[in-house]
Design a protein. Structure first.
Length: 347
């Protein structure tokens, strides 16, 4: 073994690339055995595997993953297009996709898109078509995938985090409408006569769904629908718009479209001298880890981001393996988490 290693080390020292045959000679096994170890085959004896891995480390050998991918016909990589890295939903969904992909033995290639112009979106899709990916996951924030000028690369399975995506795509989403409805009903059942809405950006898919469900829940009961105030998902926008809500003595209940804006709203109500939940009840959306530590702890709608990520990856692999796109979106349930920021209104 040392004799073979010396010859290989000498060849490597002269600039030759370490080959699978070099590893096989040093480990005293066949090239086929080295190949099986490189591919993670469970059929290799543990002692032999350890010897081969030791030889790989000694020689600095790295398996040629591109060559293996071509041989297998797949790259074991999922492309992920994400339209923002500034919102809790997108970041936590991306984290869940990466974790689920790793569990399945896949890596991810991330392409962030600011989505300010069609050229940027088209450029991202073009780059994706040139990369070594097996399938595509699109984490949506605005309506772009179904625009006439935007088309994903042909021949790639596509999964979209958008429950109203084109029927040609596999779609996964959280129950935006159900969660928003639960938030509104919770406040109404406490006795509030209507619910104000601190909404997200007007072009946002999630903000649109939540505002639509809020409005519908009020209209079903014949209750007045206050004009929504649109923030940008940030605590700063929640604070700025919260000052407007705090100035309206009729406002006793607010549904904020995410927890960060709810945080800014809580501060605005505090500096305006309006207590929560004594004067105003507040419900958020997301159930970020910090929500239970707000002052007061925030009642909110919990999203299961881990399950969304798992289903997106599962959908991509299902399409990759020849499965048909299911009819309709896979909708992950949301749930109301009641804490101390909501209470019946003062009489």
């Amino acid at each position: 073994m040392s004799e073979g290693g010396g010859a290989t080390a000498g060849a490597r020292g002269r600039g030759a690339r370490v080959s699978m045959a070099d590893v096989a000679r040093l480990a005293g096994v066949s090239s086929q055995t080295v190949s099986r170890v490189s591919n993670g085959s469970p059929s290799v004896d543990p002692r032999t595997r350890a010897r081969v891995l030791a030889a790989m480390r000694e020689l600095g050998y790295r398996p040629n993953s591109a060559a293996r991918a071509l041989k297998r016909g797949e790259f074991r990589t999922l492309g992920v297009i994400v339209f923002t890295l500034h919102t809790t939903g997108s970041v936590r969904t991306l984290e869940a996709i990466a974790a689920s992909a790793a569990e399945e033995g896949y890596a991810i290639t991330l392409i962030p898109v600011s989505a300010q112009t069609q050229d940027e979106v088209l450029g991202a899709f073009t780059r994706l078509g040139e990369l070594a990916v097996d399938a595509v996951i699109v984490v949506m924030e605005v309506h772009l995938v179904d625009d006439a000028v935007v088309r994903l690369p042909p021949g790639l399975p596509v999964v979209v985090a958008d429950s109203e995506a084109d029927e040609h795509y596999t779609a996964v989403d959280t129950d935006q409408a159900g969660g928003s409805r639960a938030a509104v009903l919770h406040l109404l059942e406490l006795g509030h006569r209507t619910v104000w809405h601190l909404a997200g950006p007007q072009r946002s898919i999630a903000a649109e769904r939540r505002a639509r469900a809020w409005r519908a829940a009020l209209r079903e009961r014949g209750l007045p629908v206050p004009a929504p105030l649109h923030g940008d998902w940030s605590a700063e926008s929640g604070y700025r718009l919260g000052l407007e809500l705090a100035a309206d003595p009729a406002c006793t209940a607010v549904f904020a479209a995410n927890d960060q804006m709810a945080l800014g709203l809580l501060r605005a109500l505090h500096v305006s001298g309006r207590s929560v939940p004594g004067d105003v009840s507040v419900v958020g959306f997301d159930d970020i880890p910090e929500a239970a530590s707000f002052l007061p702890p925030l009642t909110t709608i919990r999203q299961d981001f881990a399950e969304v990520g798992r289903r997106l990856v599962a959908g991509a692999l299902h399409r990759l393996r020849g499965g048909a796109a299911p009819r309709g979106a896979a909708v992950v349930p949301t749930g109301l988490v009641v804490r101390e920021s909501t209470a019946p209104p003062r009489r």
